[in-house]
Design a protein around this ligand. Structure first.
Ligand code: NAD
Length: 438
């Protein structure tokens, strides 16, 4: 394919050199004339393992050249990859000026042509930017409509500096966010040589994936460092700990616990995090991440409460009281906390959880209820159907499978706040179906 690469920094240079290596005809552009000249002399303007040789070979084979003239790049390509920088401003916001400028240049050049073209954002931008900033500029200045022969995509780059050529050819995934279905066909073809799993999504999903990835990587590093600080203070070898930790691909390095829903609770997580934070404090060791985790978790309960208050409903049915289905353990259940708060605010509540029968509870579980929520027993109902019938708003608190058909039916006539997202076909379920973080 004929490809224009806009911005010859780390991402642009590696992308241009690797696509040329794959046999595509690539033209790179940059506002920095030195970078352009460097490429045309057969050298890479960035220091990256393996990229110099790729640039040299590609230039020699006349598969790669560079220019400062955007219009020339557009007239020589079918696909434009935008790889300009999106640096931080002083206040942390994203500086979109380079993106706006390059999109304006591309749009004007596209206005001079009628051939089909696909514009692909590779620069990291916040959800909504490609549709709300890039799209209108493209249409406005080119005089062309997005659709039939002008396509718009966001395809994030997952390379790591230092290993970027390797990462380009062996990425963890390829994600193509599309303005509308079909817009990503040319990009899919461009990257069809890569064996990575391909995901075609909306623009906003693809933009968000990039932020999810980077936020998670940053979180992992900070998690490891904070835990390492703690281990060191306690004379424990953190690397040996993390070797064992990483071996667990069932619960630790796995999809477990990674779907947005409701607050964590139960008899272990809150207690153990608090103990860790307290113990570290005794060693004058701040545990900022873990402290923030506890605070953030409390706020998640507050979000559910806010939703219910804003809904205007007074009669609330709660389906599931234990923090997960199949247990009768109510200790530190964030659902109990929610029920308590709602009760305190004067809501009319009824609760169903077939695994929690107050009469049968014993031991620390029973003590917890007697101490924390002695009036809970009066709210419990024996019949799921009665709870649904009596409520204006239903709150789904755990994944008991018997909830699914009942909630699906109930959606026809009442609102549901599903804290666990029982269903995936959210679009089909209409305006009555809500979550607090999905
Ligand atoms: N560096 C990485 O490892 C990495 C990985 C994934 C994603 N990203 C994202 O990719 C984007 C680019 O990152 P980078 O590290 O390659 O940036 P960079 O600063 O190294 O390169 C950006 C290049 O764009 C050029 N440029 C600016 N305006 C231009 C214009 N109007 N026309 C043509 N060229 C123009 C600049 O001169 C510069 O050479 C950023 O959004 C970044 O967040 C970077």
């Amino acid at each position: 394919m004929k490809v224009g690469v806009f911005g010859l920094g780390y991402v642009g240079t590696v992308t241009a050199a690797c696509l040329a290596r794959e046999g595509h005809q690539v033209i790179g552009t940059d506002i920095n004339a030195d970078k352009v000249e460097t490429v045309n002399r057969g050298y890479s303007p960035v220091l990256e393992d393996g990229v110099d040789r790729l640039v040299r070979d590609a230039v020699r084979l006349e598969r790669l050249r560079a220019t400062t003239d955007q219009a020339e790049a557009i007239s020589s390509s079918d696909v434009s990859l935008i790889c300009v920088g999106t640096p931080s401003r002083e206040n942390g916001s994203l500086d979109l000026d380079p993106v706006r400028t390059v999109v304006e240049q591309i749009a004007k050049a596209l206005g001079q042509r009628r051939e089909p073209h696909t514009v692909v954002m590779r620069s990291t931008v916040l959800p909504g930017t490609t549709r709300e900033v890039v799209g209108p500029v493209l249409e406005g200045l080119s005089g062309r409509r997005l659709g039939a022969d002008l396509n718009l995509c966001f395809t994030p780059e997952f390379l790591r500096e230092g290993a970027s050529v390797r990462d380009f050819f062996d990425p963890p995934k390829t994600v193509i966010g599309e303005w509308a279905p079909g817009h990503g066909d040319a990009v899919a073809e461009l990257f069809s040589g890569l064996s990575a799993p391909l995901f075609r999504t909306t623009l906003e999903e693809a933009e968000s994936v990039k932020y999810a990835d980077n936020a998670f990587h940053a979180l992992k590093i900070t998690f490891a460092n904070e835990l390492g600080n703690f281990c060191k203070a306690r004379g424990v070898d953190s690397h040996r700990v993390m070797d064992v930790f990483c071996h667990d691909t069932k619960l630790n390095l796995s999809p477990a616990y990674l779907k947005p829903g409701y607050a964590f609770g139960g008899s272990c997580l809150p207690k153990d995090l608090r103990a860790l934070v307290y113990d570290a404090r005794q060693a004058d060791l701040p545990m900022r991440l873990f402290e923030a985790v506890l605070r953030s978790n409390e706020e998640q309960v507050q979000r559910a409460l806010d939703f219910v208050r804003a809904s205007g409903a007074r009669r609330i049915g709660v389906l599931g009281l234990a923090f997960k289905a199949g247990t009768d353990d109510l200790r530190e259940s964030p659902l109990v906390e929610l029920v308590e708060s709602l009760l305190g605010k004067g809501f009319d509540l009824s609760v169903f959880d077939r695994h929690v029968s107050i009469g049968q509870l014993v031991g620390s579980n029973r003590q917890y209820i007697d101490r924390e929520i002695p009036h809970l027993a009066q709210l419990m109902r024996e019949s799921l159907e009665d709870v649904v019938a009596d409520s204006e708003l239903l709150i789904v608190g755990n994944r008991d499978p018997i909830f699914e058909p009942v909630v699906r039916d109930a959606l026809a006539s009442r609102r549901v706040l599903d804290l666990v997202r029982l269903f995936d076909d959210v679009e089909e379920l209409g305006e009555n179906y809500h979550g607090i973080c999905w």
